[in-house]
Design a protein around this ligand. Sequence first.
Ligand SMILES: Cc1cc2nc3c(=O)[nH]c(=O)nc-3n(C[C@H](O)[C@H](O)[C@H](O)COP(=O)(O)OP(=O)(O)OC[C@H]3O[C@@H](n4cnc5c(N)ncnc54)[C@H](O)[C@@H]3O)c2cc1C
Length: 338
Amino acid sequence: MQDAPASCDVAIIGAGPVGLFAVFECGMLEMGCRVIDALPAPGGQCAALYPEKPIYDIPGYPRIGAAELVDRLIEQARPFAPAFDLGHAVTRLAAAEGGFVVETLAGKKVEARAVVIAAGAGAFGPNRPPLAGIEEFEGRSVFYLVQRREDFRGRRVVIAGGGDSAVDWALSLAEVAERVIVIHRRGKFRAAPQSAAQLQALAQEGRIDLIVPYQLHALEGADGQLAAVIVADLAGQTRRLTADCLLPFFGLATDLGPLASWGLALDHNHIIVDPATCATSRPGIFAIGDVATYPGKLKLILSGFAEAALAAHAIHPLVHRGEALHFEYSTMKGVPGR
Ligand SMILES: Cc1cc2nc3c(=O)[nH]c(=O)nc-3n(C[C@H](O)[C@H](O)[C@H](O)COP(=O)(O)OP(=O)(O)OC[C@H]3O[C@@H](n4cnc5c(N)ncnc54)[C@H](O)[C@@H]3O)c2cc1C
C-alpha cells in the first residue's frame, strides 16, 4: 500500500545552500516547507563537492568553510521545522487541486500549494577529461573533488583547469602538498581576478608550478596509482610530470534530468524565471539558485539567497489567499522559536 502523500505549503526541490535558505525566507512568511533532495545529506554542491573549501563572498563572513555554511543555514532554518526527504530524487510534478503533487523515484508523494525548484545543476557530475584508461585511477589517484585537504598532504598534485575550482584548490593545497603543479590550456585563468593574481604570485615565488598553455595528454601508472601525468602544448610537444595525484577541474556536467520534461521554459539546461519573482513559465512553480536564469544572472550563492527572498514573497499570496503581505524586516518580530 502506498503511504498517504505528505503535505506542506511549499515543496522545495533541492537542499543546496539556496534551497535551505528558502526554508528560512518562507518560514518568516509563515509558510511551512518540505525539502526533497536526491543526495543523502543537505548542502548541495557545498557539501558534495567542496566541504573544506573556504568561501569568501558570503556577506558578513570574510571567510567560511562550505560545510560550516551549510551547518549555519540548517541552524537558520531550524525554527521553522522543515521536513526533509533526503536520498529521494524528484521525478514527477503534476498539477493538483489547489497546487501540485511532487513525486520521487521511490514513489513518495508530496502535496504542496507551490513548488520551488532549487535543483542547482540538476543531477550533477564532473566533466571527465578524455584520457585513455582514466577509469582505473578514478577515486584512487584521480579525483574530481577534494573531500579532505589532508589527504593531499606531502603529495605531488597536478591540478588541471583554469576556473575557480582549479585556482582555489591550487592556493589551498599549496599549503599542504609537497608540490602543486597547475596545467591550463590558456595563459589566462577564468577564476576570480584576486585568486588568479594570488596564483601568479605563488608561481613567481616558486611555491607552485604553472604549466601553460598545456593540456592533459596521457596518464602513467599501475594498479590505480598514478606515477606521472603527460601534458602536451598546442604544437603537440609533450612533457612528463611526476605526480601522485591528478585533480581535473573542468566544471560540472549539468543534467536537469526529469525536470526538463515538466513543460517549463528552458535555456540551455537552466529554467527561465522572471527576475522580479523567480516565477517560471508555469504559475505556482518557482526556480532559484544555480538552476534559474535571467538576464544578468550571477551563479553565486548570494544571488540565490536574494532569489529565495523574492520567491517567498511571490508565493505568499498563493498560500495565504486573500491576506495582504505587509513587508517587514526580520528584526521587527524576530524569528519564531528564538
Ligand atoms: C568547487 C566550487 C567552488 C565554488 N565556490 C563558490 C564560492 O566561493 N562562492 C559562491 O558564491 N559560489 C561558489 N560555487 C558555486 C555554488 O556552490 C553554487 O552557486 C551553489 O551551490 C548553488 O546552490 P543551489 O542550492 O542553487 O544548488 P546546488 O548546491 O547545486 O544544490 C542543488 C541540490 O538539488 C538536488 N537536486 C537536483 N535535482 C534534483 C532532483 N530531481 N530531485 C531531488 N534533488 C535534486 C541536488 O542533489 C543538490 O543537492 C562554487 C562551486 C564549486 C563547484
